[in-house]
Design a protein around this ligand. Structure first.
Ligand code: NAD
Ligand code: DAU
Length: 334
């Protein structure tokens, strides 16, 4: 397939681009604005591949989208482009509205005009928090943060393009991803790098919030399944095989890095913090997908990747991220 992968310089988008080029022989053009979270380094190993192109541009810029689609001669758009950090959405929601609402609209119009298949990459956070049981695709949307509310809005817009115009669109909603190339503002890479540097490990509130962990290669394959085999107009949830409380994730990281429990610091809770996420993946499993990586092994490999790839995180940890960290946590990184 010839694909336009929007937001493909980020954590999961770059994993997907690599999989499609290497394992499926697809031609991939990445369109990415390169925000603080987007990095061409994430695609370094694909840069010289004849099946790969990179275009810098924003999804809310219709000229940039038209140019990238023409250059790619694309058959489908897969949209990963998003602002993705809940804490940043609480501090400054502006870009979340622009990218998720306007950006998704521009991509949908472009797909409609050219009759392209469309995949929207979305999140379990659109369902809100669940104390017991698990969310299915039929569960009502009840987002709680500006991040999840604008992602839910984008999902509804995608569904309206299917119902109104017959656009062959699918939505794939994932649970919490972890793995290589994840920007260290997120729980797992933040804790790994802080543990390795002897910094404090800032656990929000009591640390008993539960997340449903999926390795990024598994989520990327689920999105590929939805692209190839999904039925137009449908939503597919892709949840990981393991759920764990944050404090237990942090304890695992301490053990894997030889850090100390005394580095744990319980800090002020996130406003409106969702207590638990859990996703049923029966529908995408029926398309032939299943997760391959269990959390215990995936986390150990992820710690290994961060240990061995300081070329990747050193420029981040010495740049804008330091200022963000001070604003968010009220203390400097060591
Ligand atoms: P990320 O923050 O690592 O990457 C986002 C990418 O989008 C970056 O490369 C950024 O430069 C790009 N981008 C942002 N705004 C853009 C714009 N206006 N135009 C073009 N490019 C833009 O995010 P991620 O964790 O890889 O998430 C990718 C997608 O998967 C998002 O849609 C997110 O909501 C969804 N998702 C993430 C997770 C998770 O746990 N990380 C789980 C489920 C779903
Ligand atoms: O569930 C899918 C979502 O997972 C994605 O849609 C989002 O893009 C992604 O960022 C992620 O959202 P979370 O808010 O769950 O991830 P985060 O890594 O920010 O936090 C995970 C949990 O850890 C959450 O309960 C908050 C907690 N936490 C996080 C940080 C950064 C802490 O206790 N301390 C921290 O410093």
């Amino acid at each position: 397939m010839r694909l336009l992968v929007c937001g493909g310089a980020g954590f999961i988008g770059s994993t997907f681009a690599r999989q499609r080029v290497r394992e499926h022989g697809d031609e991939v053009t990445v369109l990415d604005k390169l925000t603080y979270a987007g990095r061409e380094e994430n695609l370094r190993d694909l840069a010289d591949d004849r099946s790969f192109r990179f275009v810098r541009g924003a999804i809310e810029d219709s000229d940039a989208v038209a140019g990238a689609l023409a250059g790619a001669d694309a058959e489908a758009i897969v949209n990963f482009a998003a602002e993705t950090h809940v804490d940043r959405s609480i501090a400054d929601p502006d870009a979340f509205v622009a990218t998720h609402a306007l950006g998704t609209y521009v991509l949908l119009e472009a797909a409609r005009e050219r009759e392209l298949r469309y995949v929207q990459v979305s999140t379990d956070e659109v369902y809100g928090s669940i104390e017991q049981g698990t969310f299915t695709e039929e569960s009502p949307l009840a987002p709680s943060s500006p991040y999840s509310a604008t992602k839910a809005g984008a999902d509804l817009l995608v569904q309206s393009y299917f119902h109104t115009y017959g656009l062959p669109a699918v939505i794939c909603r994932g649970s919490n991803n972890y793995g290589p190339y994840q920007y260290p503002e997120k729980l797992i890479p933040l804790m790994i790098l802080n543990a390795l540097h002897g910094d404090q490990l800032p656990v929000y509130g009591d640390g008993m919030q539960v997340r449903n962990w999926i390795h990024s290669t598994d989520f990327a394959r689920a999105i590929g399944h939805a692209l190839e085999h999904g039925h137009a107009g449908e939503v597919y949830n892709a949840g990981g095989p393991d759920e764990e409380a944050n404090i237990d994730v942090v304890r695992r990281i301490i053990a894997l890095t030889d850090a100390s429990e005394s580095q744990i610091e319980h800090v002020k809770d996130r406003p409106g913090h969702d207590r638990r996420y859990s996703l049923s993946s029966q529908k995408v499993r029926a398309l032939g997908w299943q997760p391959r990586m269990r959390f215990e092994q995936g986390l150990a490999e992820t710690v290994g990747w961060y240990r061995e790839n300081s070329w990747w995180w050193e420029p981040i940890r010495s740049g804008e991220y330091r200022a963000y960290y001070e604003r968010q946590y009220g203390r400097a990184l060591g």
